[in-house]
Ligand binder design. Sequence first.
Ligand code: 5RP
Length: 219
Amino acid sequence: MSTDQHKQRAAEAALRFVEAGSVIGIGTGSTVNHFIDALARSDINIEGAVSSSEATTHWLKAVGIRVLELNTTGNLPLYVDGADEANRLLQLIKGGGGALTREKIIAAASQRFVCIADRAKLVERLGEFPLPIEVIPMARSFVARQLVKLGGQPELRADFTTDNGNQILDVRNLPLQEPIKLETELSLIPGVVTVGLFARRGADVLLLGDSTGVQEIRP
Ligand code: 5RP
């Protein structure tokens, strides 16, 4: 069984959290695309979805799911999204697809965050995956220097502009022993838009797919 099939299993398992007639938040990435496809195939009719990226909006519209604005929906009962890494406290690294800012906003506005991933994303300690940080373009070098002072090795994501018109620094070697503390510290650097650490608001449920089935983890 391939990693993609593991992702699909986790995505399908998230359907049981979706209530008919509700408006839900939807993240970005290949696992989420499986979730959207599974939702479209299911008999669960939702009122619509708040999308975390242009890519997801495109995918939702392609299967006939209405895309709504967070400004008009108010808070949401459910957010479903993937992750690049997750620990057992359900703290996450996200942003591999570059959609971290809108993802963090929708996660914050949602009552329950169900994270879907293949099992390989579960780690003992966050930080093997380089931490994505979205920055205002004119602050890129300044932010990079602050990250180096903290021990990080930032690298500009090449040929990439976020849906918000910003850039991404992918940062290796940051001290990630205390994810909540680091998320707070990095978020305070002027020019940082969003840090791809989802520790202060992590997931509420983690669904991990592998060749044996789907494991559910709660903090
Ligand atoms: C996008 C993300 C994704 O959730 C993360 O990159 C996982 O992607 P995939 O489901 O393709 O493995 O944070 O910004």
